[in-house]
Design a binder for this molecule. Structure first.
Ligand SMILES: [Zn+2]
Ligand SMILES: [Zn+2]
Length: 351
């Protein structure tokens, strides 16, 4: 159908800037980061990955807030860059490190590793080389404005080389750090493993003056585990060492012989367990038990399993009649036995 034009109008409008990211839209954007690369091949590589993983994206967002690179509005959840966030972007914007392409290339290589076309050690070599090149490039390009953020102040003399240790907005470091044949004294002020907290100057001074810091509470996002460690001075090798606090060793006491395989039954803090019982984390982080299944918790349904109970179980195959509280708070009386077929402790009810 042909229609006559009855009226035309010229409208004047202005473009609007893109909406600022909120934590929610940023999470989405990280997840779909593949769309930000124009290269089809790389887009494909990132299709199932994005930046970070479901488990780490929120951590990354929080970390940038803790580091003072941006603020997050409590109500609107809008992310706003701080001056230091803007400086970081200035510093890194042309760096491959912040290009989605790099993540995509690595994902692509990892896919080759899983299909068997590239060995893991070759990939690891490639990644190492690229990472060192990137870091070297960043160190070489640190702008004056970035360094001036907090004037560096000398806080001690360097225990490794006799130079000066200075503190600035980012680190405690020897003035000879990063020089040719330089010094290894460098500690970041806001290391991620301190859960966004500051590495306190008095810990650094303690390291310098006494050779060690106190044990600091740390977190490994990769292992999703808290741990404690301290810094110590290694004067022989002129570097700073990292020393893990030994986990409390519970001295397992031998209390009897396993009825299943004759192994020793050991008493630990929460259970009586056969020495041949194994627990291991599998690749997805779940605990897997193997070996001899003999294991009796020291408390069952709120009732304490005493050493005498254990001795009875080991020697007579069952405990005396004991009182337990069921899941619906009902009291019941039963003996405890270890059911070999089910591989767990069960109740034997009196008739
Ligand atoms: Zn030094
Ligand atoms: Zn056993």
């Amino acid at each position: 159908m042909v229609l006559p034009v009855t009226k035309t109008e010229l409208e004047e409008k202005q473009t609007t800037p893109p909406k600022p990211y909120t934590t929610a839209t940023l999470l989405k954007a990280m997840e779909n980061a593949g769309r930000l690369t124009s290269k089809a091949k790389l887009r494909q590589a990132l299709k199932d990955h994005g930046i970070g993983t479901a488990a780490t994206r929120q951590i990354l967002i929080d970390k940038n807030e803790q580091l003072g690179y941006w603020t997050i509005d409590k109500k609107s959840r809008i992310i706003k860059l701080t001056d230091s966030g803007n400086r970081i972007i200035d510093l890194l914007k042309d760096n491959p490190l912040v290009k989605v392409d790099l993540t995509a290339q690595w994902e692509e290589k990892l896919a080759e590793v899983s299909s068997g076309n590239l060995s893991l050690s070759d990939f690891s070599e490639i990644a190492k080389k690229e990472a060192s090149a990137i870091v070297a490039q960043i160190i070489g390009s640190q702008t004056e404005s970035f360094r001036q953020e907090e004037p560096a102040q000398v806080i001690a003399s360097c225990p490794l080389c006799g130079g000066q240790i200075q503190q600035d907005g980012h680190a405690y470091k020897c003035r000879n750090y990063g020089q040719e044949a330089g010094c290894n004294f460098y500690l970041g002020r806001y290391p991620s493993w301190l859960k966004g907290n500051e590495l306190q100057p008095h810990e650094v001074l303690s390291l310098i003056n006494t050779g060690k810091s106190s044990f600091l509470k740390m977190y490994s996002p990769k292992k999703r585990r808290n741990f404690q460690a301290r810094f110590t001075l290694n004067l022989a090798e002129k570097k700073i060492d990292f020393e893990f606090k030994p986990r409390k060793q519970i001295l397992a006491k031998e209390i009897g012989i396993c009825p299943l395989d004759g192994g020793k039954i050991l008493e630990s803090d929460k259970q009586y367990v056969c020495q041949n019982h194994r627990v291991q984390r599998d690749q997805s982080g779940h605990w897997q038990e193997s070996g001899c299944p003999f294991k009796v918790f020291k408390t069952m349904l709120g009732t304490k399993i005493t050493m005498a109970d254990m001795q009875a179980m080991l020697n007579q195959g069952q405990t005396e009649v004991k009182e337990f509280t069921g899941k619906k708070h009902q009291l019941f009386r039963a003996r405890l036995i270890f059911d070999e077929n089910q591989g767990r402790t069960t109740f034997r009810f009196e008739n």
